[in-house]
Design a protein around this ligand. Structure first.
Ligand code: ATP
Length: 305
């Protein structure tokens, strides 16, 4: 009697997008980076990453909810593959995997979708191969892959310093309602930082204290008044059409914030009903808009079979 073929073991990990409630950017350092003082919040837009053992590294990307995935590389430069290779090198093994990304986070949208994939891949492969990587080692590997990757592991709400890779959890037991408005086409993060430098930015950023205090009030009005993104002027300079998106959100009653380096715009709404009203107003104007809440969990296993 021949054995019934079993499906290859697979692990799926879900990782969230991030918004920066405060993004304070200091002047360019000699090492080419800008010091950041930021408050991240993980929000309910996700990439799901599924890994299976394979003879060689490969990656595939499937769009979820109309996300444009054309600019995601399918070779070794994909940050998910880089994450897998970094984990394998750390453990001194020579295993390989197939990585499938179901992408619900806008690409190059300032919501750290690539970082989410890197964090998810680290967690998924660690579980697939039973590597038992410590949390400290995962965070160190994540920091080596990109400034936003440690936060994608952590999730919730966190204070980020250094290049953003030094993360400390922040108390945030509220539920915040966001209307997320992606733009057509991404914005390059390095280009936004270059525009920030050209515009003379980084001179006098204030700290994240106002946002941290506002989180404890559970009041969207208080948080809205404290939101701040030092990259907003640079992103609007590079993409003047974003002013119309910002004004549409404001006209619908939301407090606006550019997400990270953009071009995704965010509207903070008072509650669930207000968020859906704002979204509908944007849809009526022909814009794309989805409702998301935060904070949500960082990279976590959803299936293991
Ligand atoms: P950040 O704000 O962290 O700089 P972002 O959210 O603006 O990033 P990402 O979606 O992370 O942007 O992608 C930035 C670029 O990285 C893309 O344009 C793409 O070329 C490249 N990239 C590499 N791997 C991935 C991936 N797994 N998913 C998305 N983009 C990827």
């Amino acid at each position: 009697m021949s054995a019934v073929p079993q499906p290859a073991p697979a692990v799926t990990v879900r990782a969230p997008a991030k918004v920066n409630l405060h993004l304070g950017v200091g002047p360019l350092r000699a090492d080419g980076f800008h010091p950041l003082d930021t408050v991240y919040q993980a929000v309910s837009l996700y990439d799901d990453v599924t890994v299976t053992d394979a003879r060689a590294w490969s990656v595939g990307v499937t769009p979820v909810g109309g996300v444009d995935v054309n600019d995601v590389p399918l070779d070794d430069t994909n940050i998910a593959v880089r994450a897998g290779r970094a984990l394998v090198a750390h453990h001194g093994t020579d295993r390989c995997a197939r990585i499938e990304v179901a992408k619900g986070i806008p690409v190059a949208g300032g919501m750290a979708g690539g970082s989410a994939d890197a964090a998810a891949t680290l967690v998924a492969l660690d579980r697939l191969w039973d590597l038992g990587t410590s949390d400290d080692d995962l965070l160190a590997l994540a920091a080596g892959l990109g400034s936003d990757v440690p936060f994608a592991l952590l999730g919730g709400t966190a204070h980020g310093t250094g290049r953003g890779e030094v993360v400390e959890p922040v108390d945030d037991d509220g539920t915040w309602w966001w209307v997320v408005v992606p733009d057509d086409g991404g914005l390059s993060t390095p280009a936004v930082y270059a525009a920030f430098d050209d515009l003379g930015g980084g001179g006098g950023s204030i700290g994240a204290g106002a946002v941290r205090a506002a989180l404890g009030t559970h009041d969207a009005g208080e948080l809205g008044a404290a939101l701040r993104n030092d990259l907003e002027e640079a992103a609007l300079h590079l993409r003047p059409g974003l002013v119309a998106t910002r004004d549409a959100l404001r006209g619908a009653g939301a407090v606006t914030l550019l997400s990270g380096s953009g071009p995704t715009y965010l509207g903070l709404a008072r509650d669930h009903e207000a968020a859906h009203r704002v979204r509908q107003a944007l849809l009526d104007q022909g814009l794309t808009a989805v409702v998301a809440t935060g904070p949500v969990a960082g990279a976590h296993v959803v299936t293991h079979g």
